[in-house]
Write a protein that binds this ligand. Structure first.
Ligand SMILES: Cc1cc2nc3c(=O)[nH]c(=O)nc-3n(C[C@H](O)[C@H](O)[C@H](O)COP(=O)(O)O)c2cc1C
Length: 323
């Protein structure tokens, strides 16, 4: 299947694995790229430029296909060494960068002068238009369903994607709630050029996370996510677990006086404990509503092959005979 995204990124299938903290390591990124999609290593998980470089080098030993790096720009005071991370991305010849969080404008010239394609992930049409204005090559449009940070507008993809299609001239991929071939066909119908998946890729053989995390996704339904940190305007969709319950109780008790410090124990330093040690109630961790559509733990290749086969069947069979 060829779309503007497969052409732009030089990949076989219009399927991207979004950056995921403590999930987006070389093993998963390479598996996705080897299966014809675009795998993405998450820079901030590695922490330092040296560690990111090691992970990129490792990924290159596992695949000779293009892969990307996610750069999440945080509003925190204690800023990561973004300049160093960008230098390593350029030095190692990475072809694609997925940016997320704050405006990536500062880094665009340097990345693009080095032939790196930049896809900015955003949760609203106005931010997508801003990304287009500053020169991003594509955007990833993350609907309200998504795992992670859906923003504060609460617009689901059935509205957000056609709105983006009506306004944008650069290509975009649909993100949030994407699970299978049905998602891909629907995304294409709504104007997207491909799909970006987060949560679904965690429930695969190659995802380098503890089995408890994969089991939790298999057990979860579409009713098992919660929105936390809304009073701090830093809303995150997380798996409904003991930590989410504790956090929401604090939010209810403290009301609009709540400060980040009040909830720090439920969010800071949580990912290694959850993803690597399997302590899934230690804190809150991102999970999309798409958990309700996850019932197996396939290899990445079989997941991607199945998405493509199902999409092609729907297009050739069901849609062509619809009257
Ligand atoms: C466990 C987890 C961690 C994530 N970490 C990041 C991150 O560090 N940076 C980022 O830009 N997006 C992050 N995301 C968001 C994903 O890249 C993607 O946009 C989102 O998961 C899409 O929604 P879906 O989960 O419904 O597929 C994360 C998502 C999950 C589930």
């Amino acid at each position: 299947m060829e779309t503007k995204i497969t052409q732009l990124l030089d990949i076989e299938h219009p399927i991207i694995q979004g950056g995921m903290h403590y999930v987006g390591f070389a093993e998963l990124a390479a598996a996705v790229s080897n299966a014809g999609g675009l795998g993405i290593i998450t820079a901030l998980t590695q922490g330092t430029p040296e560690k990111l470089e090691r992970e990129i080098v490792k990924c290159k030993t596992l695949t000779n296909k293009p892969f990307g790096v996610n750069l999440t720009f945080l509003p925190s005071l204690d800023q990561p060494d973004y300049a160093g991370l960008v230098d390593v991305i350029i030095k190692e010849g990475v072809k694609v960068v997925e940016t997320a969080g704050n405006n990536p404008q500062k880094w665009l010239p340097k990345l693009q002068e080095n032939s790196i394609k930049v896809i900015h992930k955003c949760t609203s049409v106005r931010h997508a238009l801003k990304a287009q204005d500053i020169g991003c090559d594509a955007v990833s449009v993350d609907g309200f369903e998504c795992g992670g940070h859906p923003g504060e507008d609460d617009i689901p993809n059935f509205i957000l994607l056609p709105r983006a299609a009506d306004e944008l001239t650069i290509p975009f991929v649909a993100s949030g709630g994407m699970a299978d071939g049905r998602s891909l066909v629907a995304a294409l119908a709504l104007g997207a050029e491909g799909i970006n998946l987060g949560t679904r890729f965690i429930a695969t053989q190659e995802a380098p996370v503890h089995d408890n995390v994969k089991e939790a996704l298999l057990a979860a339904t579409e009713l098992d996510t919660k929105l936390v940190m809304r009073p701090l305007r830093n809303t995150e969709r997380v798996l409904s677990n003991a930590a989410a319950k504790r956090l929401l109780e604090k939010e209810a008790a403290l009301g609009e006086n709540i400060k980040f410090q009040d909830i720090i124990s439920e969010v800071a330093g949580v990912y290694p404990k959850v993803m690597q040690e399997g302590q899934i109630d230690e804190g809150v961790w991102s999970c999309g509503m798409v958990a309700g559509l996850i019932n197996d733990l396939p290899t990445v290749r079989s997941l991607i092959d199945k998405i493509m086969q199902q999409a092609e069947l729907i297009i050739a069979d069901r849609l062509s005979t619809a009257s």
